[in-house]
Design a protein around this ligand. Structure first.
Ligand SMILES: [Zn+2]
Length: 208
């Protein structure tokens, strides 16, 4: 989503957010992505509204080049500061979208798997800005855990996006006591505004 200040806050592509490999692998090698723990066939969701601009099925054998991604799709989002912003989801077992399809943030786009050059089922997630892979943790909020301490030292440099606070808490107002007629009028108004259905109005009859 785009925040009111124009910054990007991507949604986590899985319901659970456990990082199993960071910006660099634990041996220090370049990863340029994050891996997220995902059992086989875990639903994978689009990180933001966009258009599917690339899909790939795996030939079941090749583990080099683009085929190393296995079953994969790439989603192009709205430009950010004039630059193209995309996300990629790899090693899937199944795709639920086609190239050219418009997707909404949080929409199911596929299921995790272990296709391509893969050590076991997980989700490989990339953020590609202006054609360059960049640390996804700069585009996500801080709501994640890391598999172990070693992996935690390979997250790379990042600043999590701060999730905006929910709208101001509703303030509780007490009115009354009021006359029976006024009470009926207030209740009718509250009912008309849907406040009663929403459970936001309580009435306490007073004896006498
Ligand atoms: Zn990966």
């Amino acid at each position: 989503m785009r925040l009111s200040n124009g910054e990007v806050l991507l949604a986590w592509p899985l319901a659970s957010h456990i990082i199993t490999a960071g910006w660099t692998y634990n041996d220090g090698g370049a990863h340029n992505a994050i891996d997220l723990r995902a059992a086989l066939k875990t639903p994978v969701y689009a990180a933001e509204d966009g258009t599917v601009t690339q899909t790939q099925l795996w030939d079941g054998v090749t583990k080099t080049g683009m085929q190393s991604y296995g079953v994969m799709c790439r989603v192009k989002h709205a430009d950010y500061k004039g630059g193209e912003l995309c996300t990629r989801y790899a090693h899937l077992t199944e795709l639920c979208v086609r190239r050219g399809e418009t997707v909404r943030e949080g929409q199911l786009i596929g299921y995790s798997g272990a296709t391509g050059d893969c050590y076991g089922a997980h989700l490989h997630f990339e953020v590609i800005y202006r054609g360059v892979r960049c640390n996804p943790l700069n585009w996500l909020d801080s709501d994640f855990t890391v598999k172990d301490a070693a992996t935690g030292t390979h997250l790379g440099r990042y600043t999590s996006v701060e999730r905006p606070r929910p709208a101001a808490q509703l303030q509780k107002l007490s009115i009354g006591p009021v006359s029976g007629g006024d009470a009926r009028a207030i209740c009718q108004l509250a009912d008309r505004l849907g406040l009663v259905d929403a459970g936001l109005v309580q009435t306490e009859p007073v004896a006498g």
